[in-house]
Design a protein around this ligand. Structure first.
Ligand code: AMP
Length: 557
């Protein structure tokens, strides 16, 4: 028997219509770097999204599932593109502006983007790329920047964003699309091999946004203002632009001002209640606030994900009243996978902090299982460590494989029964909390046992003299692999390797056989395009003899 319910597709245009009417007075506040930030209400965003859709359809002939790319910071115009492009039926393709130019060109060609909407400040990056972009016919430029850079670079037509949308109708008859249709795409950062395209549907984004809004996820309301530091090109800014339009949360957008000092100023003057970003951003902000204290009392909830949140960072933020909520996800999971909100029975007890440090609990729609090295299912006992596999309505089941080609389902990424193999290794407790111990490719395999690089890093970063630490596996004649600890010391620190090694054993409770013998001081830990530790670069630098390594093997057990 079929239900008697209406069959209404879950569409992004519905989120836009809802946000721009029911929450019309909520605002997107864009930081400009000088004076008052720029404010645009959700109603204005809705009007301008309709105007942009008219311009794309009528002037640029965007039709069907044409890909329209954005090369942009987090700002109001980027939010307009977020809603206009999928709502009209086209596909939004957010470009990661921190990728190497060759990779960016590869991605644009692979997705066959027809239009690029770019911020003026990014034209120095875009202009030299243009001759290599085979399918791009139009570039639409918004915001300050030197347009002359585009003169004479190929045959693309260049448009001014504001001129293009001026005078267009502020309503659009959004089509009733199939909810499974492509709405947006995002390529993984591709640390190994070519980047892979993940294509989100209207339905997956809609359901994911509802989850983001649940109290056990971010749980924000129209009383909140969210400082969206996580880039709109990094998994749709973790779903925030869509989720905020559902609930009327104001968005504070940093544009290109992502350095610690302007972020501190944004918090002090605009008083956001929530913020989201990767740990690297928060480490920088913490150093800034330590050097120059500010009033950050409005900011009571900080979502941290993208890499493991070091316990020292959580503690320091807690002391400042900025309560950290740790979360795990990936480009392939839209990204919300788990959120670390402790269960009610541990709140207020000594166990609470340990729960908050886990990657978190799975929501209803994300089914999870652990697979051991031989393909066996592992128990949720908090001890058995295996590769995490997930399944759900906002989890990728394949990768985009170029125009006309069948989607890609590589066997190392998808199980035979269609689950996503995350490449993350960890345990799940009986009450469903995930603790990641490593990426499968970063775990250190020493004499048949596994050493977690993340555990060593977290312990090192809790030492008062250590600003950052990354640990990678390096080849070892006797043990197969051993950990190499690379450390960034705080200014003026005099800590030596013996001291740090003893600290790991005494304070970090690291087993003796896991303690690194190889140590190196580095100026900074290399980062990927989305601000994570780039361990591939560290391993290469070690292999090529570029690191100055001290070996304490005399003390080796
Ligand atoms: P990306 O697709 O670039 O967002 O990268 C996804 C990967 O980031 C995951 O597979 C994890 O390895 C890592 N990651 C994300 N969140 C966390 C977290 N909270 N703790 C540890 N690793 C994380």
């Amino acid at each position: 028997m079929l239900s008697t319910m209406q069959d209404v597709p879950l569409l992004i245009s519905r989120i836009l219509t809802h946000g721009s009417t029911i929450h019309g007075t909520s605002q997107v506040i864009t930081w400009t770097g000088e004076g008052e930030p720029h404010r645009r209400s959700f109603t204005e965003i809705g009007d301008r999204a309709a105007q942009l859709a008219h311009a794309l359809r009528e002037d640029l002939a965007v039709a069907g599932d044409d890909r329209v790319a954005t090369l942009a910071w987090n700002n109001a115009e980027h939010v307009e593109a977020y809603f206009a492009i999928p709502s009209m039926g086209a596909v939004l393709h957010t470009l990661n502006l921190r990728l190497p130019p060759e990779q960016l060109a590869w991605i644009v060609n692979h997705a066959a983007d027809r239009v690029v909407i770019a911020n003026g400040s990014l034209l120095p990056l875009l202009a030299p790329l243009l001759p290599h972009l085979k399918t791009v016919e139009h570039v639409v430029v918004s915001g300050p920047g030197d347009r002359s850079l585009l003169a004479g670079v190929g045959t693309v037509q260049v448009h001014e964003y504001e001129e293009l949308i001026a005078g267009k109708p502020t309503t659009y008859d959004w089509p009733e699309l199939d909810e499974r249709q492509a709405a947006a795409m995002c390529y993984t950062s591709g640390t190994t091999g070519d980047p892979k395209g993940v294509v989100y549907s209207h339905r997956s984004i809609y359901l994911h946004s509802m989850q983001v809004n649940m109290a056990q996820s971010m749980g924000l309301t129209d009383e909140d203002t969210s400082l969206v530091v996580v880039p709109q090109f990094h998994v749709n800014a973790w779903g925030l632009p869509h989720a905020t339009f559902m609930t009327g949360v104001n968005m504070l957008m940093p544009d290109r001002f992502l350095q610690p000092a302007p972020l501190a100023e944004m918090i002090e003057t605009q008083k956001p209640t929530h913020a989201a970003a990767v740990p690297t951003i928060w480490q920088g902000l913490l150093a800034e606030l330590t050097a120059k204290p500010r009033d950050v009392s409005s900011l009571t909830q900080v979502t941290i994900g993208g890499s493991a949140c070091p316990p020292s960072l959580m503690e320091a933020f807690d002391k400042l009243g900025m309560r950290v909520c740790h979360a795990w996800g990936m480009t392939e999971t839209s990204p919300l996978g788990t959120v670390a909100r402790p269960p009610a029975n541990v709140v207020g007890t000594d166990a609470e902090f340990a729960y908050r440090l886990t990657q978190g609990r799975f929501p209803t729609s994300v089914a999870a299982r652990l697979t051991g090295p031989g393909g066996e299912r592992l128990a949720w006992d908090g001890e058995s460590a295996g590769e995490l596999e997930v399944r759900g309505p906002w989890i990728a089941g394949a990768y985009y494989n170029g125009v006309g080609a069948e989607p890609l389902r590589p066997a190392d990424k998808f199980s035979e029964d269609g689950w996503l193999k995350t490449g993350d290794v960890g345990t799940i407790s009986a009450d469903g909390f995930l603790t990641l111990t490593d990426r499968a490719k970063d775990v250190i395999k020493s004499g048949g046992e596994w050493i977690s690089s993340v555990e060593l890093e977290n312990a090192l970063m809790s030492h008062p003299d250590v600003a950052e630490a990354a640990v990678v596996a390096v080849p070892d004649d006797k043990w197969g692999e051993r950990p190499l600890a690379t450390v960034v010391l705080k200014e003026g620190s005099t800590a030596d390797f013996e001291t740090l090694r003893a600290f790991l054993a005494d304070e970090g409770h690291i087993a003796k056989w896991q303690l690194p013998e190889r140590w190196s001081i580095v100026e900074t830990v290399p980062k990927t395009s989305v601000g994570k530790f780039d361990k591939k670069v560290l391993r290469r630098r070690y292999a090529e003899g570029e690191l100055d390594v001290t070996n304490l093997s005399g003390q080796h057990i």
